[in-house]
Design a protein around this ligand. Structure first.
Ligand SMILES: [Zn+2]
Length: 140
């Protein structure tokens, strides 16, 4: 199935990523799953019409059958892009918390509803988007 980025819905993209990512071949050159030919990286773009943004990125494309694939890094970037789109569209879960101070550091408490499956070993990766905006990724 060829990706039509102009008409792509978020749901389709997520399903497509799950199907197309070949976990053993992230580095490339990738071989086409359909016909076995080597693929090349080509420029592509995805439009997010609700937020008036078009993003350019590279995909793997088969020169023979024109199938298009995302590798693992590309899929991660697109996942993050869709998360940011949801933030821009105000469609994300949002909560306001007081910033606490323990005498040395500032910290923020997460609501219990979102931390049910957390344990003591998880870490938070914080990316500063600006001096007042931060993206927090919680992981093992
Ligand atoms: Zn092919």
């Amino acid at each position: 199935m060829k990706l039509d980025y102009e008409k792509l819905k978020e749901k389709d993209l997520l399903e497509e990523i799950k199907v197309e990512v070949d976990k053993s071949a992230f580095e490339g050159p990738l071989k086409c799953i359909e016909c076995g030919k080597n693929m090349t990286k080509v420029k592509s773009s995805i439009s997010l019409p609700d937020v008036d943004i078009t993003v350019h990125f590279k995909i793997w494309k088969c020169s023979k059958c024109n199938r298009e694939y995302l590798d693992g890094d590309q899929a991660k970037k697109l996942d993050m892009l869709l998360e940011f789109e949801n933030i821009l569209k105000e469609k994300t879960l949002k909560f306001e918390r007081a910033i606490n101070f323990d005498g040395q550091s500032f910290f923020v408490r997460f609501p219990a509803e979102v931390t049910k499956n957390w344990n003591k070993n998880i870490k938070a990766e914080i990316k500063a988007l600006s001096s007042t905006d931060f993206f927090v990724h919680v992981h093992k």
